[in-house]
Design a protein around this ligand. Structure first.
Ligand SMILES: Cc1cc2nc3c(=O)[nH]c(=O)nc-3n(C[C@H](O)[C@H](O)[C@H](O)COP(=O)(O)O)c2cc1C
Length: 396
């Protein structure tokens, strides 16, 4: 599974294994992840920030109270940015600081300020690892959902042999890949629509909307990670096709309707994130309309309702709609859920700088007998939450 477009915050604390993390950073960057490295003071005693800056192409962050960094990307923003935080090596000291909820440097503050999954790759002398204090700290972090990648057993830099070595970089890379590969939709066929549609006015002009396709492409990517076979019907957008996705490019709402109806019958899940134009131009011109002094009238006629058409299919897929609303979100979303006979609807606020073309958004998901709210977060993360919720509700 590719890590393309994943945001990984790589923490490096003061352990002798820190030099091996350079290889991990390289593997992650090569796999397409954006890697931002945060180093403790201890970490910098073992390997320089410059090494990681060169390997990741990103500035390395070391200071909490750094006005320049706060102006560029504040620590809270960085905490939200991460899809995953991995600390490798995780020293006994950083483990103790995390277990006690301290926020006395940039790395521990980020961990405390983040709701992103956190994974530690412990690395220390076998005696330090087996101390009761370390054992208690690890147990309490695990109980709070922190993942442990390792440690491994074997020869140690200090000459001891035992448990406490950091897992090898390639193994940590696999752990990270496995984390993103949830498998909740294994064997299922998922059809996703994304982006806007374009309704031609004449050969050079069209009617469209602000959708960038970011959310739909993130949903397609998350569905692949969850083990699904994914077809993505995309309007005109500037987005890279996620790996393993079959992409069908369309322009108008009618083209999107045709593509979706061909694919839907054979799909288990349909997720309609596209912002389909409700209307097309009835009096479309074959030649460029010339400017005149008078008013120009465009007649609009309704496009077919793709979402409702799929929801009406006999033995059709589990159908998830999107409702982009500027006000009364719950009211309009619930109404659309019932009126169009959907299995689920994901409502998101748009307008006033929210939603369209933004990297982050929030979602409120409704289904006939339940609901779930996801606060503002990166669309990649939001898409994974949505896929998990769909898998759960579909299976219930
Ligand atoms: C040569 C040397 C090697 C060390 N290796 C480790 C280690 O592998 N794991 C560990 O937990 N601490 C190790 N330490 C101790 C940590 O560097 C020390 O606890 C430091 O305060 C950790 O700070 P940090 O957790 O904020 O990075 C080592 C210290 C020295 C001098």
């Amino acid at each position: 599974m590719s890590l393309a477009q994943k945001h990984i915050l790589l923490g490096i604390s003061g352990g002798i294994a820190a030099y091996k993390t350079a290889t991990l950073a390289r593997l992650l960057s090569k796999a397409g992840a954006t890697v931002k490295v945060v180093m403790t003071k201890g970490g910098q005693a073992f390997i320089t920030p410059l090494t990681f800056q060169a390997l990741t192409g990103e500035p390395v962050l070391t200071e909490l109270l750094d006005p320049e960094h706060e102006a560029a990307m504040g620590h809270i923003e960085l905490a939200r940015w991460a899809d995953l935080i991995v600390i490798a090596p995780a020293s006994a000291n950083v483990i103790a600081r995390l277990a006690s909820g301290r926020a006395d440097d940039l790395l521990t503050t980020l961990c405390l300020a983040s709701d992103s999954p956190l994974a530690l790759a412990p690395a220390m002398n076998q005696q330090m690892w087996s101390q009761a204090t370390t054992t208690d700290n690890i147990a309490s972090l695990k109980e709070r959902g922190v993942m442990m990648f390792g440690p491994a057993e074997g020869d140690q830099a200090c000459g001891d042999v035992g448990l406490g070595r950091m897992r090898e970089p390639q193994d940590l890379f696999t752990d990270i890949e496995n984390h993103f590969n949830t498998g909740v939709l294994a064997g299922q066929k998922v059809l996703v629509t994304a982006g806007p549609t374009r309704e031609p006015i004449d050969p050079v002009r069209f009617l469209t909307n602000r959708s960038s396709g970011k959310m739909g492409f993130a949903v397609a990517r998350a569905a692949v990670e969850a083990g699904a076979t994914v077809t993505l019907v995309a309007g005109p957008v500037h987005q890279d096709t996620p790996r393993s996705v079959k992409r069908i490019n369309v322009e108008t709402a009618e083209e999107m309707y045709q593509a979706v109806m061909t694919e839907a019958q054979d799909s288990d899940i349909f997720i309609a994130t596209a912002a389909v134009g409700d209307y097309r131009i009835a009096n479309k011109k074959d030649h460029k309309i010339k400017k005149t002094d008078g008013k120009l009238h465009l007649d609009l006629e309704l496009n077919k309702d793709i979402l409702a058409s799929v929801a009406q299919l006999d033995a059709g897929p589990f159908t998830v709609g999107f409702a982009a609303e500027t006000r009364d979100m719950e009211h309009y979303a619930r109404d659309k859920l019932v009126r169009k006979k959907l299995d689920m609807i994901a409502a998101n606020p748009v307008g006033n700088g929210k939603g369209f073309d933004q990297p982050d958004n929030s979602l409120h998901v409704y289904w006939p007998d339940g609901e779930q709210e996801f606060p503002v977060m990166h669309k990649g993360k939001l898409a994974r939450h949505l896929i998990d919720t769909i898998a759960q509700i579909k299976a219930s």
